[in-house]
Design a binder for this molecule. Structure first.
Ligand code: C5P
Length: 313
């Protein structure tokens, strides 16, 4: 009898509510100050594990994404647990790619959260974080979800309190921005003088003192200069009442937040381009956790999930 264990999980997208780039570091990455936020837009991942002496990782990805992080994440989990087995995955993409929404990173984090449970093996949070950092700068955030401050490369995370439920509109105009190139374009503009201001205004947001209208994304200047259509999308979001209206990550998607679900829905109607826009809501850490718990409930052994730090036992 086959002992296959399965789960169907949702891998949520993120937006950056605030994103400041300070300086280029000796390791080639840039020092960031950002506020990550999970949103309701999601990819779907079906994952199955069958114990076996040989390891075989199969990914059915209709879009044939090159170097898909999902397969790499599964391989790293198996290696870390020194385990073998058959892993079969089916990925359904809904999060626009190359848009600053962290879709690939979230898919990879979904494997890190789900696979050890299906394997009935415990993996510590510090180990999962190590693997997540190896996969990419945005991956560790998706182990946490909700609202979190990210500093350093974006991988040093500090959970922030869940805010009130918010609704918004996401605009994904289909422009592909290369992240590494966006950082390269931004680098010459980074001055020591501007850094202090960025640090103080970022800090005021993490403490809840800052005005939402004052949220900023340093990439807007360089990315809008290359893609005028994105600057126009920002203007359109402002015109229909978004507060704030901002690009996420290195682009190209933009989001606008509104006072109520009804305002957000009306604004989306006014924007008109419904094939390029999505209704979104901000997903709190409490909701993120309960979503994960429900998705894995049938397979969870309470001793092994959620992953935690040995310092917290
Ligand atoms: O970590 P990740 O693979 O997502 O990063 C993609 C690219 O973005 C890196 O190769 C680097 O050029 C740039 N990056 C950066 N500083 C960061 C994060 C990413 O320069 N904090």
């Amino acid at each position: 009898m086959s002992d296959t264990r399965r789960a169907r999980v949702r891998a949520l997208a993120k937006i950056n509510l605030d994103l400041r780039v300070l300086n280029k570091r000796p390791d080639g990455y840039h020092e960031l100050r950002t506020i990550f936020q999970t949103i309701s837009l999601a990819d779907a991942l079906e994952i199955a594990y069958t114990p076996s002496r040989r390891t075989c990782i199969e990914l059915n990805d209709p879009l044939q994404i090159a170097d898909n992080l999902v397969a790499k994440a599964a391989r790293l989990v198996m290696d870390a647990l020194r385990a073998t087995g058959r892993v079969e995955m089916q990925l359904t993409k809904r999060i626009p790619m190359g848009a600053g929404l962290g879709g690939g990173s979230s898919d990879a984090a979904a494997v890190l959260l789900a696979l050890p449970v299906l394997m009935r093996r415990e993996i510590s949070l510090p180990k999962l974080c190590d693997i997540a950092r190896e996969l990419g700068s945005d991956v560790p955030f998706f182990l946490l979800g909700g609202t979190a401050a990210g500093i350093g490369r974006g991988t040093e995370l500090f959970p922030l309190a869940d805010g009130p439920a918010r609704h918004g509109v996401l605009a994904a105009p289909g422009v592909h921005v290369n992240t590494a190139e966006a950082y390269r374009a931004l680098s010459p503009r980074l001055t020591t003088e501007s850094q202090q201001n960025k640090i103080f205004s970022f800090q005021s947001h993490t403490l809840g003192w800052g005005q939402e209208e004052a949220f900023e994304n340093d990439f807007e200047a360089v990315v809008f200069a290359q893609h005028r259509s994105l600057a126009l999308w920002k203007k359109r979001l402002v015109r229909v009442g978004a507060k704030p209206a901002l690009m996420t990550g290195s682009g190209s998607a933009l989001f606008g937040l509104f006072e109520s679900a009804r305002d957000a829905s009306r604004a989306r109607d006014q924007l008109g381009d419904t094939e390029k826009t999505y209704p979104i809501s901000l997903v709190s850490r409490a909701r993120y956790r309960s979503m994960w718990w429900k998705a894995l409930e049938a397979e969870i052994e309470p001793k092994t999930w959620p992953p935690r730090s040995c310092n917290l036992r």
